[in-house]
Design a protein around this ligand. Structure first.
Ligand code: HMG
Ligand code: MG
Length: 300
């Protein structure tokens, strides 16, 4: 299949990235990062997470972040809400789009959100009912779609099953997460083929961590299958605190460079993204985990 004409990038660095960075990032610095990313033309910047601060202390100031960002028209600022407590906290600071996050692996579900897959779906049903009543958009994540740190291989059918249930709950889109970055392009294609039987491909997104250096290849494979929404993280920030060894999502800089080279439109300003990557990298005191960013920096 031909590549899509345009791709939507969902920037997850301020959440998926920063939730797993050891360096302290102040609320001001988070706000500045989110505003820079939106100014670069990203249509979606995941801005925070309303989870337990005991579980993920890095996201403890999400309410302050959400209260302080200057929202830009045309950009959404989704936040993670695992349960009603998180949903209510998100509503208190003007969140307009939420994300529920489940898994295709029982063990990962327990480690990450302390309940079984079925229990998580029951909690999400309450959250989704409340969200729909307020016209809040809902995105769904399924983790461990190409492998689990505790169970190893995960059957594509298990991913399809949870994805279909998320759609039924009212998610406008389901993001398939290769949480530990073990997937390869042909497995990615088989996964999408299976999930697309129960969720229209236009409602699927790809969320590839780059632990094994396969993320760009997997994105390309997914685009060949017709997927046109991808999550990425500025400067390749992050990982997942409940998946040991998981490195960051694929870097936004690397995804943009590949898409530009393929003639796929994104509406995102490459130069502003490079600057935002260096801004947050300076804050956390290391260079970006992005080959493209490093190569561009070496040229100036
Ligand atoms: P629990 O301990 O089962 O919850 O945690 P509980 O209902 O029994 O409550 C225990 C305590 O947590 C209570 O406080 C609650 O008030 C509090 P205490 O009385 O002990 O002081 N609590 C909360 N506090 C703030 N916000 C809340 C909340 N809920 C309960 N929403 C819970 C269940 C889901 C909260 C917990 O397991 C948790 O926070 N997990 C964090 C999971 C997480 O954030 N993981 C990383 C994000 S997922 C990810 O990165 C993958 C993704 O990127 C896709 C991919 O890569 O695959 C999305
Ligand atoms: Mg992730």
């Amino acid at each position: 299949m031909a590549l899509p004409k345009s791709v939507k990038i969902v920037e997850v660095g301020p959440r998926d990235g920063l939730q797993n960075e050891k360096a302290t990032v102040t609320t001001d610095q988070k706000v500045a990062l989110i505003e820079r990313l939106a100014a670069a033309g990203l249509q979606a910047v995941e801005a925070g997470s309303f989870v337990s601060p005991k579980w993920v202390p890095q996201m403890a100031d999400s309410a302050d972040v959400l209260r302080r960002i200057q929202r830009q028209p045309g950009t959404s600022y989704p936040c993670l809400t695992p349960n009603m407590k998180g949903f209510e906290a998100a509503m208190d600071c003007g969140v307009e789009e939420i994300a529920i996050f489940g898994a295709a692996s029982e063990s990962f579900s327990r480690k990450n959100i302390n309940c079984s897959i079925d229990e998580s779906l029951a909690r999400f049903a309450d959250v989704c009912d409340a969200a729909r009543a307020k016209n809040i958009r809902i995105r769904g994540y399924v983790s461990c779609v190409l492998g689990c740190p505790y169970e190893g291989d995960i059957a594509p059918e298990a991913v399809a099953d949870v994805s279909a249930k998320m759609l039924e709950l009212g998610c406008y889109e389901v993001s398939l997460g290769d949480t530990i970055g073990v997937g390869t392009p042909e497995r990615t294609k088989r996964l999408i083929e299976t999930v697309a039987k129960v969720v229209p491909i236009t409602r699927l997104a790809g969320h590839f961590h780059d632990t094994y250096g396969q993320a760009l290849a997997n994105i390309y494979a997914a685009m060949e299958m017709g997927v046109s929404v991808f999550d990425s993280s500025i400067a390749g920030l992050g990982g997942c605190p409940y998946a040991k060894g998981a490195s960051g999502n694929v870097a936004t800089e690397d995804v943009l460079y590949m898409l530009q080279g393929c003639g796929v439109e994104t509406g995102v300003d490459f130069d502003q993204i490079l600057q935002a990557g260096w801004f947050i990298s300076d804050v956390i005191g290391r260079v970006p985990v992005s080959r493209v960013s490093l190569a561009m920096k070496a040229k100036v």
